[in-house]
Design a binder for this molecule. Sequence first.
Ligand code: SOE
Length: 383
Amino acid sequence: MIKKINVGMVGYGFMGRTHSNAFLQAGNFFELPFQPVLKTVCARNAERVKAFAANWGYENVETDWRRMVESPEIDLVDIASPNDTHLEIAVAAARAGKMVMCEKPLGRNAMESELMVAAVEEAGAANMVWYNYRRVPAVMLAKQLIDEGRLGKIFHYRAKFLQDWTISTELPQGGEGLWRLDRSVAGSGVTGDLLAHTIDTAMWLNGGIEEVSAMTETFIKSRKHNLTGQVEPVEIDDASLALARFRNGSLATFEATRYARGHKALYTLEINGENASIMWDLHDLHRLQYFDHKDEGLVRGWKSIHITDREHPYMSHWWVPGLQIGYEHTFIHQVADFLTAAGEGKSASPTFREALATEDVTDAVLESAASRQWVKVRTRVDI
Ligand code: SOE
């Protein structure tokens, strides 16, 4: 009989929902070594956590994460709470002998992430960070095409993550739902929240980043803080733009903002190689645009590949060719890959160590923006 593993999740926001849904569905679509059981969900607000547990079918609720992490009933701790809680919970979970999954960014900065890497590695705990966009089948196909050498030498990498939800000056900062605007909780603004996604995908597809030159801006300088009721300075970056050089010589531009009116979550990437180019767009996530210069001149042009065939990554687990999948499936794939790796005693990518490499880059971006200088990225992870 398939072994059950008990999941203890901290947090019940947007990510708590995506993760819970993924744990529930993964075993129905993938053959896994473990069946995840939604054992306990933990959050500070007892009423709301009870309602969340009832909705998703968690067996127990808890308001003290330490009790949940120490419980012998829990095998896997999943951290979906605000960024300032990640370090303490992950270290405690690893020391308690649990597997650990953590929402991105891993820590509020590389210094915190380093401690988390040390904790899971010392404990030998299976670990993974939820950089979910790697597991969009079209993005996975891009990886396959690059690894097969179809693009040849890569010259350019271009990525953007655009949103518009903080433009109003009336929007407060801090507290539930708005902690992403409070630097003491989030660590940074769009650099850690959105640019980090583009960096994670970029290094996975095209290798390590050597140096960056960046600028950031805080367009709205003060906002009412939900926890104090006072108007306080805004310390996060509202927009973040970086030029970067990869170790393999290719050049990149990265942009993240919450001030791109009309864009809700437009993550796009484009890669230009010697032989071929690739474009992908989160609003059309089941398509990969592909141009191959080797095609016969008469019919050469951009192809829009509909990623629904059985031979496309992950798609043999879903419906029938022609029928597409969506955002929530990226989290289901992540659970499936994590449990498959855990079954072999391994971690799944991006591991805590790989996510630390992303934070080495986002820290360098913030440092470059502050100093107005090019900054070399610390390279302690072999990507
Ligand atoms: C922020 O609005 C956010 O929810 C990020 O925190 C997620 O990582 C991103 O995928 C969507 O936008």
